[in-house]
Design a protein around this ligand. Structure first.
Ligand code: 13P
Length: 257
């Protein structure tokens, strides 16, 4: 049953470039990626470059199977917020997706469940699909609190969403201890958390939890993606370091499983 339901959710493989790639480097990466994943239609492919490269990448991926996303945004539509980018601007730059509440933003830039919630609602206001990130730290896992921590993030970040919005969401479970460390959660650890998140999402009603894609993120590489994607509640990946190399990301997109 789980396998049948999983097949209804088209896998999404998303590259979060973080603060990497100048415009010329971004151009080279996207050109190589276009060649590497040409003709793939049974997977959704997404790249999330830094803001400065968004419009260049938009022009390069137009008419291809690669979609565009931003890594963050403010929740206000416009205003005197020096250094911020609005949802309207993200949409105008050609994005369909926006990453919200990445752990690096929570850790270094004061992002909270409340700001995640505001941004998530603002994304829907512009018909952007939010990729809402959740995940526990190593200390929280070692204390056995991971389910509770992620539950709070899910409840806080998604509070007040309408069921019709909720079913369009993407959630990314990224255990902080697995990001950029080379330590991946075991497929069983990831599956346990994804199943827990899907159970929480069932509270939206109307079977929303069967439509919502839940991605795993944290040291995904060409040599572990196949095993990760075999888990019934893992619908794709949010890939950092390995998305910066076209060859690696193409192999990840072509996972077997
Ligand atoms: P790495 O794949 O580099 O561990 O990063 C994961 C991540 O944070 C994606 O958003």
């Amino acid at each position: 049953m789980a396998q049948v339901q999983k097949r209804n959710r088209v896998p999404l493989l998303a590259g979060n470039w973080k603060m990497f790639k100048t415009i010329s480097e971004a151009t080279a990466l996207v050109q190589a990626l276009k060649a590497g994943c040409a003709g793939i239609s049974n997977r959704e492919i997404l790249v999330c470059p830094p803001f400065a490269a968004l419009s260049t990448v938009r022009d390069l991926v137009r008419g291809t199977n690669i979609r565009l996303g931003a890594q963050n945004m403010h929740w206000q539509l416009e205003g005197a917020f020096t250094g911020e980018i609005s949802p309207v601007m993200v949409k105008d730059a050609g994005c369909q997706y926006v990453i919200i509440g990445h752990s690096e933003r929570r850790q270094y830039f004061g992002e909270t469940d409340e700001t995640v919630n505001r941004k998530t609602k603002a994304a829907f206001g512009q018909t952007l699909i939010p990729i809402v990130c959740v995940g526990e730290t190593l200390a929280e896992r070692e204390a056995g609190q991971q389910l509770q921590v992620v539950e709070e993030q899910v409840r806080g970040g998604l509070a007040g969403l309408k069921p019709a919005e909720a079913e369009k969401l993407v959630i990314a479970y990224e255990p902080v201890w697995a990001i950029g460390t080379g330590k991946t959660a075991t497929p069983e650890q990831a599956q346990e958390m994804h199943q827990w998140i899907r159970k929480l999402l069932s509270e939206f009603g109307n079977g929303a939890e069967q439509k919502i894609k839940i991605l795993y993120g944290g040291s995904i590489k060409p040599d572990n993606i196949d095993m990760i994607m075999q888990q019934p509640d893992i619908d794709g990946g949010l890939v950092g370091g390995a998305s910066l190399k076209a060859e690696d990301f193409s192999r990840i997109i072509k996972f077997i499983g």
